[in-house]
Write a protein that binds this ligand. Structure first.
Ligand code: ATP
Ligand code: MG
Length: 385
């Protein structure tokens, strides 16, 4: 494939923060951008050269996007795979609709892990009352997750007993779900792989992730954040998952680390990922530049990390630390810290649990970066880690 060179126009389905950072990367490389998102005030729509305000399955909107763009990608978990399939009839689309469809359905996703020989948490698919009745006690306590349309812990219920499980499935309106055994987690980590149409793959340094209430809170990226054997294992597993999908684009693979040090895969995201945001400031190629490169068929170069880094998610809660009325957090105080990189997504209003931005702290050493990140957390009212 001949690469699509700067000067061309690239499209993105979805206008959230991931789309916004894709647009920033594409524009800085000299591409024009078009975002399709139904929200006129979407974070990516606000910074794109063009914004098509339309639903993801809107035929005229998709037609306009396909006509304008040399290649199109996606940024949002829940952009319907059929919309990507439609676009692919007219122009280059990556990742492919088939890969996105697998990642959008937890049952299909887990079946793929099994096919790749990569272990995941013991689980059962619950689509019918008979499947619910057949659940065995060894999966309890567990977490019921809707098979589709979940993110940031939404659509998940923790259940301790069979009665709670039955009630949870009722509360979730009997939609297709998976029940996953609750595992004792020693840690969580993720690997971001970028794979080109020629099958060549590169990856970002492994991210160690701390979640709070099902939402990513802190990511630590530096040499020694995980034992070397786990790093090697996780990178190999992530690449094999991407290869087996014949995946083109940026793929994030999330892992659980169990008490005995073994790794199980949690889920995949067919796009850049919150846990990869530090790459903007701590690596010589960011996950968003990798997305541009895979989409356009430009060369993939193995990214190199130049600074130890920690990323703190800035949730809407931080606007309510001092009062019940939303108040801007003390950005100036945070920016007085060395190596502080503030990224705000341009969302009009803050609410609890909403991802408003992130803060990456880079340092000359791991200790310096960690100490500064702790200071930043204290200034902002983020719980110590
Ligand atoms: P996101 O899209 O933000 O990654 P999500 O809604 O897809 O989140 P999961 O990744 O499935 O949610 O779960 C969110 C978090 O809940 C995990 O990172 C982990 O901390 C916890 N969790 C999920 N499943 C399990 C499990 N089987 N055992 C223990 N903890 C779990
Ligand atoms: Mg997750």
């Amino acid at each position: 494939m001949k690469p699509i060179l700067p000067g061309a126009t690239l499209g993105v389905m979805g206008g959230g923060q991931l789309g916004r950072m894709f647009v920033h990367a594409a524009q800085s490389m000299g591409y024009f951008t078009v975002v399709l998102d139904p929200d006129a005030a979407s974070p990516a729509g606000r910074v794109s050269h063009q914004h098509i305000v339309a639903e993801y399955l809107d035929a005229p909107g998709l037609g306009q996007l396909a006509e304008t763009c040399a290649a199109i990608t996606t940024e949002f978990e829940n952009v319907p795979a059929p919309a990507l399939a439609r676009l692919a009839a007219y122009t280059t689309v990556s990742p492919a609709a088939a890969s996105v469809a697998i990642a959008q359905d937890r049952a299909q996703e887990k079946a793929h892990f099994v096919a790749c020989g990569v272990p995941c948490a013991p689980y059962a698919v619950i689509e019918t009352a008979a499947q619910l009745a057949a659940v065995t006690d060894d999966l309890l306590p567990g977490i019921v997750k809707t098979a589709r349309l979940g993110y940031d812990g939404k659509g998940q219920v923790r259940v301790a007993t069979y009665a709670e499980l039955a009630q949870a499935w009722l509360d979730l309106k009997g939609v297709p779900c998976v029940l996953e055994k609750m595992l004792p987690l020693a840690a969580e980590c993720s690997v971001i792989v970028a794979r080109g149409a020629d099958g060549q793959a590169v990856h970002l340094p492994i991210q160690r992730n701390l979640h709070r209430d099902g939402i990513l809170a802190v990511t630590e990226v530096y040499e020694g954040n995980m034992p070397p054997a786990q790093v090697e294992h996780a990178v190999a597993a992530a690449k094999s998952i991407a290869n087996e999908l014949d995946y083109v684009g940026v793929l994030c693979v999330e892992f659980f680390v169990l008490d005995d040090g073994s790794l199980v895969v949690n889920e995949i995201a067919p796009r850049p990922h919150n846990s990869g945001h530090a790459s903007i400031d701590c690596c010589d190629v960011s996950q968003f530049e990798l997305q541009v490169r895979t989409l356009t068929g430009l060369p993939l170069v193995q990214p190199r990390q130049h600074s130890p880094a920690l990323m703190l998610n800035l949730l809407g809660d931080l606007w309510f630390v001092r009062s019940d009325k939303a108040a801007t957090p003390p950005w100036a105080d945070v920016l007085a810290l060395p190596g502080a990189h503030l990224h705000l997504y341009g969302k009009a209003s803050a609410s609890r649990g909403r991802k408003m931005g992130h803060l990456t702290i880079t340092g000359a050493t791991v200790d310096a970066a960690r100490a500064t990140a702790r200071q930043a957390a204290e200034i902002l009212g983020i719980e110590a880690f």
